[in-house]
Unconditional design. Structure first.
Length: 563
């Protein structure tokens, strides 16, 4: 396919989606293309409903791409008695290992114990036994007690003073942004209309005050689109309370992660569960290829300076799309203190931080002593105007949450007189696009082993498409960064097949240079802009604006240095 034809097909596809959104009434309009919204759109489309999905930015551009990238039941939730939440998470972990094995990869966790500190080895062992029992002892459930010498041998930089041993268990890692994207792709393959950079500005109501659709604005053309829908779901996550009329359902908390060179904190491929010296909170040290991730914080959201007037009148204003959600110097200091306490030989300083990332958790506003004690359960609310809002929840349980929400949508459609048959939920067994078979070997594609491994783990069965693109154009087979396994072909693939509409989409969420490259991808932004312009048909002005916006995003992640 030549370049001009690729441009036409890509632009026509988006125009066709927007035209159909404007012309057709749908059963369901989902507002918000994060984990919950994408999963709802997928479930509903698979049940035979007509669906429109609108996302204000890129898919998974907010909370859903700023997690610890774990699929887990949440071992720490046992201390709060949330057995139901843990069981639900472990059940969903099992589903994802079957439907998306490339995105739900088992990894060993070490939970060290120290003399005079709680919990001790025996208590940890009991907790992990309960955790595995709630998983019904199905793989990857595992447990083993390691003596101090073996722990130290596995992780020599770990604090050794008072170390009595560790408990080992297994959970799973994921690529959070790609997990969301594959839900969007599967929703589309089942008939859903999905568009990013299509913020909903206003809910449209009939004379009785019932929600019957929305007005959305295509940020690429400036066109306003009236979308008619029988049911509207508010899946805007941490922005739920500022959505439309405004609600008061959330206690948003900020989670910050720091990224370091793995050589500074070598983990040997295992994750560690540790406690902070300041407040005894749990945090993770997570392997991420050439990098190690430390996180996360859990502090109540404090709105930005632009909302100071609202804050002066009472509690902080709810977060809004566009608010500067970022790490603060205090967050960086807290995590550096925790990391240095856990790994004294590292002697980490601010200059060792390669990147930071931060997201808001949409926790339910219930009484709790601390943000960390606030429940990660979710609630589905029927608003007075008929809008169905979902609040709370976590990445691991996105599929289950969506099933419950679509059940409510089906009830609402029946209440409105719908007579069409609505099928059963299929998502527990249906593979995601990259999980529909075994990943290709890629041994004949002249790719370095670590690159082939990266492609298989990222794209699953779709990896062959990226590898073929790379081998067809030698310039696209080159690494973007010599330290990392990412290829220029992935930028082109992101625009052609994975909904990337900006440089930030490509270098932050499709290819994680923003987190893992020492320059956070700034050196790649110009060429990425050229490649995207060739696929998407950008003008010089649009290309320059997209490159500039990426520079601004990187600058925001570094703004803590000026606090």
């Amino acid at each position: 396919m030549n370049g001009s034809r690729a441009v036409r097909e890509k632009s026509l596809a988006r125009r066709d989606v927007l035209a159909r959104m404007a012309a057709e009434e749908v059963d369901l309009l989902v507002v918000g293309g994060g984990a919950t919204g994408a999963a709802v759109a997928r479930d509903a489309a698979l049940r035979g409903l007509s669906v429109a999905l609108c996302e204000a930015g890129d898919f998974a551009s907010q909370t859903s791409s700023h997690s610890s990238q774990l699929i887990h039941g949440g071992l720490r939730y046992l201390q709060y008695g949330d057995l139901h939440l843990v069981f639900e998470g472990l059940t969903e972990r099992r589903h994802l290992m079957t439907t998306a094995p490339h995105l739900c990869r088992p990894i060993e966790f070490l939970f060290p114990a120290y003399a005079g500190e709680r919990p001790g080895l025996r208590t940890l062992g009991a907790g992990i036994a309960l955790y595995n029992a709630l998983a019904l002892w199905r793989p990857p459930a595992a447990a083993r007690r390691l003596p101090a010498g073996e722990v130290y041998e596995a992780c020599p930089s770990l604090r050794s003073a008072g170390l009595t041993g560790a408990q080992l268990y297994v959970d799973c890692q994921t690529d959070d942004a790609r997990l969301v994207l594959e839900n969007v792709l599967d929703a589309e393959s089942s008939g859903a209309l999905a568009a990013s950079y299509l913020p909903v500005r206003q809910i449209v109501r009939d004379r009785a005050g019932r929600a019957r659709g929305a007005l959305a604005v295509d940020e690429e053309s400036g066109q306003t689109i009236a979308i008619r829908a029988r049911v509207v779901v508010n899946a805007t996550g941490p922005f739920s309370d500022s959505f439309d009329l405004g609600r008061h359902n959330l206690r948003p908390t900020l989670g910050v992660h720091l990224v370091f060179d793995a050589a500074r904190i070598p983990l040997g491929g295992r994750a560690l569960v540790l406690r902070t010296p300041r407040d005894n909170r749990l945090f993770f040290a997570l392997p991420a290829g050439a990098r190690t991730v430390i996180g996360t914080t859990d502090t109540d959201w404090e709105d930005g300076a632009e909302n100071a007037a609202d804050s002066a009148r009472g509690s902080p204003a709810p977060p809004r799309v566009g608010d500067p959600i970022r790490a603060r110097r205090a967050d960086v200091a807290y995590l550096l203190e925790a990391a240095n306490h856990a790994f004294p030989p590292a002697a980490l300083g601010e200059g060792d931080v390669i990147s930071t990332y931060a997201g808001l958790r949409p926790l339910i506003a219930v009484p709790a002593h601390t943000p960390s004690a606030t429940s990660r359960e979710h609630e589905i609310l029927r608003e007075p105007d008929g809008v169905i809002s979902v609040v709370g929840g976590k990445l691991t349980t996105m599929r289950r949450m969506a099933e419950e929400i679509v059940d409510r949508v089906a009830e609402r459609l029946r209440d409105l007189g719908g007579e069409g048959a609505i099928g059963p939920c299929l998502t527990a067994e249906r593979p995601l696009p990259g999980g529909d078979g075994d990943p290709p070997d890629l041994g004949t594609n002249e790719l370095a082993p670590e690159i082939a491994r990266h492609l298989r783990r990222t794209y699953g069965v779709r990896a062959g498409r990226v590898a073929t693109l790379a081998t067809e154009a030698p310039s696209l087979m080159a690494r973007i960064d010599p330290e990392l396994p990412y290829l220029w072909a992935e930028v082109v693939h992101a625009a052609r097949h994975d909904h990337a509409r900006t440089v930030e989409d490509a270098l932050r969420r499709r290819i994680p240079l923003y987190r893992h490259a020492r320059d956070q991808g700034l050196g790649a932004a110009e060429r990425a802009g050229d490649l995207l312009a060739g696929v998407l048909g950008w003008s010089a002005a649009v290309r320059a604006a997209s490159v500039g916006a990426y520079h601004q995003a990187v600058a925001l992640s570094r703004a803590w240095k000026d606090d």
